[in-house]
Design a protein around this ligand. Structure first.
Ligand SMILES: Cc1cc2nc3c(=O)[nH]c(=O)nc-3n(C[C@H](O)[C@H](O)[C@H](O)COP(=O)(O)OP(=O)(O)OC[C@H]3O[C@@H](n4cnc5c(N)ncnc54)[C@H](O)[C@@H]3O)c2cc1C
Length: 388
């Protein structure tokens, strides 16, 4: 990170996040990866370090930082443990719909608890048969007096098993497609809200990813996001535009963390009577990886700055940074496993976990094929408006 490009507050934030990641997250990463348990002790440490609400406005008890501040923290956490990075970042994904679409009253009611680290929050868009095509969801929300009755199943709900709040998207007006979808803040104690199957995942194993069953779940009408029906899909898409740099920052952290480990290992490892890191073929790999990581980091930070500036069209740059950084993470972590030789393939060393954790960044919050669609659509729209 070129320090001159960042505010003193951001440099301090990076230092605080790195210290927490090195002292608390790295030593616990393997334990929670094996146990597949949510790391409550890490969540407590994040809370005590005052980092729970980095992206939440100061008036609601947050640090008032933007997407760039969020990315700086997520990169540092993910450098030590990709799972712990997403366990933190998913709270931004879950709370962005409230920030971008909630009424003042909803923001006052829900954001302070999230900012204080008292309440974790999840994001419920995907369903078993509605992934890339999230607009084809079938979970229903029907008005009944002063409540909405929700019925359906949400799939792949990160944090769902531990979150007090869940921003759930459901169809309020069938037949209207995306315009018939609304967002709700659902509290976990709501009758009819049930956590189902826990996924047994390849990576990010410390974060529970679960099914959420909504069985006659009666949600107060006051929890309809923005107080109006039909805005949910738009809020979900704006949320993804704002949250994708966070996934990209997770990818940058994973790639950087893997490179750090590979450089250390190959320095110690002797073959043909010398350090493996002294071979030019290996050094060129380091140079390529470091260059790709820095390019990814700068694209992520450019996207984050664009979003923080209030720019209207953020979809393209947000998708670009997610696409580029996550592909870099997959390549770099795979190459780093290679540099550990046979030991890289075994769980005695931490490097294989980086490769497992990196894979999901190419899939969630829109697969990289979908990012390409978003980028191409924007390019074509821009070209059409320039020629008209
Ligand atoms: C661990 C994990 C955590 C997740 N967390 C959350 C969460 O917290 N909240 C949430 O709402 N969702 C979450 N998701 C869901 C995630 O966003 C979806 O898995 C993802 O969007 C892809 O949807 P799908 O799995 O149904 O795949 P599909 O949409 O069925 O896609 C299958 C394949 O087809 C490709 N494809 C689909 N459409 C096109 C197209 N038009 N052009 C080209 N290729 C295409 C895809 O890229 C993919 O390769 C999570 C998923 C996982 C695995």
């Amino acid at each position: 990170m070129i320090e001159e490009l960042y505010t003193p507050k951001q440099i301090e934030l990076r230092g605080r996040s790195r210290e927490l990641a090195e002292t608390t997250m790295r030593p616990l990463a393997a334990k929670y990866d094996v146990a597949q348990e949510y790391p409550w002790e890490v969540q407590k440490a994040v809370k005590e370090a005052g980092l729970s609400g980095v992206w939440i406005p100061e008036e609601y008890g947050g640090l008032g930082g933007g997407v760039l501040d969020l990315c700086i923290v997520v990169e540092e956490f993910s450098r030590a443990c990709g799972g712990m990075g997403v366990a933190f970042a998913v709270n931004a994904l879950g709370s962005f719909p409230i920030i971008v679409g909630g009424t003042d009253e909803q923001q006052e009611r829900f954001l302070p608890g999230i900012a204080a680290g008292e309440k974790l929050v999840a994001f419920g868009l995907s369903e078993g048969k509605a992934g890339s095509d999230a607009g084809s969801m079938i979970t229903r929300a029907e008005r009944d007096g002063d409540v909405y009755v929700l019925n359906g199943e949400k799939k792949w709900n990160t944090n769902g098993a531990v979150a007090s709040l869940n921003t759930i998207f459901a169809v309020t007006e069938p037949g209207r497609g995306a315009r018939g979808i609304s967002g709700f803040v659902v509290e976990k104690e709501t009758p009819g809200y049930r956590v189902g199957k826990h996924e047994d995942k390849m990576g990010i194993r410390c974060v529970p990813v679960v099914e959420i069953h909504l069985e006659g779940c009666r949600v107060p009408a006051d929890n309809l996001l923005g107080g109006k029906e039909g805005r949910g899909f738009k809020h979900a898409m704006i949320t993804l535009d704002r949250a994708r740099p966070g996934v990209a920052a997770q990818a940058v952290g994973l790639a950087q963390g893997a490179l750090d480990l590979a450089m250390e290992y190959t320095h110690e490892r002797q073959q043909f009577g010398q350090s493996v890191s002294s071979f030019q073929g290996v050094q060129w790999m380091f140079a390529d990886m470091a260059t790709q990581i820095e390019a990814a980091r700068q694209l992520v930070h450019t996207a984050a700055r664009t979003i923080d500036s209030g720019h209207k069209n953020i979809s393209k740059v947000s998708a670009m940074c997610k696409l580029f950084a996550t592909d870099v993470a997959m390549k770099v972590t795979t190459d780093c496993v290679q540099l550990f030789g046979g030991y890289g393939y075994c769980k005695d060393y931490p490097i294989e976990k980086y490769m497992r954790d990196a894979k999901i960044t190419q899939i969630y919050e829109g697969t990289n094929q979908i990012q390409r669609l978003v980028i191409a659509r924007n390019l074509l729209r821009e070209a059409a408006s320039e020629s008209s």
